[in-house]
Design a protein around this ligand. Structure first.
Ligand code: DGL
Length: 251
């Protein structure tokens, strides 16, 4: 199966950071993006609620005859992915396994210090650290950095507010990591400020780049001369989502 028409699901606008990598690949003809903007954030909710919302998103995609669905949201990838895969008639890929594989391809020293950032729910799931430990990486540390989400949504990508929030969280992890997993859709937008905190720049794992690497290794993808047709849908205020896309897609 060659995926031509794919869906992208996120809890809100954050998945645009993953969408950007999918658009730039020129590997798809059409992308349908759906953000559950009425109920974002998912990262503070219980596993049961995240699973319920994830299954409800499949209802939205029913009429689109997708070849493949990409879950851009780390929180949904941590909790909802399995339940979605069990009922969907097309393949669904999340961002966590690709993120771990991307790290494995770049960091061979299994003693490397790896800092995993994410929402409260993603960190509580321990999925990144479990998959990393299966690959032999045991020197991992999960850090929930929930405040980064509203800060990025506020359009703050650098400056004093962000730097002091980074300092607040990273005080819990004073060592310099070899790699940081940006385990949340919003974090690539503040990647520079995050890596500048440490004296030696760590390797950053970005969900969008990781999932493209994964798809290119797992599927036969067609190469198109032009970027895909992208249509945005949202459970609330699609205009706001389109506005955010205009800014984030060129950042
Ligand atoms: N999209 C979410 C994630 O990547 C962040 C926003 C939320 O909490 O819903 O985990």
């Amino acid at each position: 199966m060659i995926p031509y028409r794919i869906g992208v699901f996120d809890s809100g606008a954050g998945g645009i950071s993953v969408l950007k990598s999918l658009i730039h690949s020129h590997n798809f003809e059409e992308i349908i993006y759906y953000g559950d903007t009425a109920r974002v954030p998912y990262g503070v909710r219980s596993p049961e609620t995240i699973i319920q919302y994830s299954l409800e998103a499949l209802e939205f995609f029913k009429s689109f005859h997708l070849d493949l669905l990409v879950i851009a949201c780390n929180t949904v990838s941590a909790y909802g992915l399995k339940a979605m895969q069990e009922v969907a008639p097309y393949p669904i890929v999340g961002v966590i396994e690709p993120g771990v594989l991307a790290l494995k391809n770049k960091i061979s020293n299994k003693d490397s210090k790896i800092l995993i950032l994410g929402t409260k729910a993603t960190i509580q799931s321990k999925l990144y650290s479990e998959l990393l430990s299966v690959e032999g990486y045991c020197n991992t540390f999960g850090l929930a950095t929930s405040l980064f989400v509203p800060i990025v949504e506020e359009g703050i990508f650098e400056g004093a507010v962000l730097d002091s929030t980074i300092a607040h969280y990273f005080a819990k992890y004073p060592q310099t990591p070899e790699a940081i997993i940006l385990g949340c859709t919003h974090f690539p937008l503040i990647a520079d400020s995050i890596s500048n905190y440490y004296h030696k720049q760590p390797l950053l794992i970005h969900s969008g780049e990781a999932i493209m690497e994964y798809l290119q290794n797992s599927y036969i993808l067609k190469s198109f001369d032009t970027p895909p047709k992208v249509t945005f849908y949202a459970s609330d205020c699609v205009e706001k989502l389109e506005q955010i896309a205009k800014v984030w897609l060129i950042k």
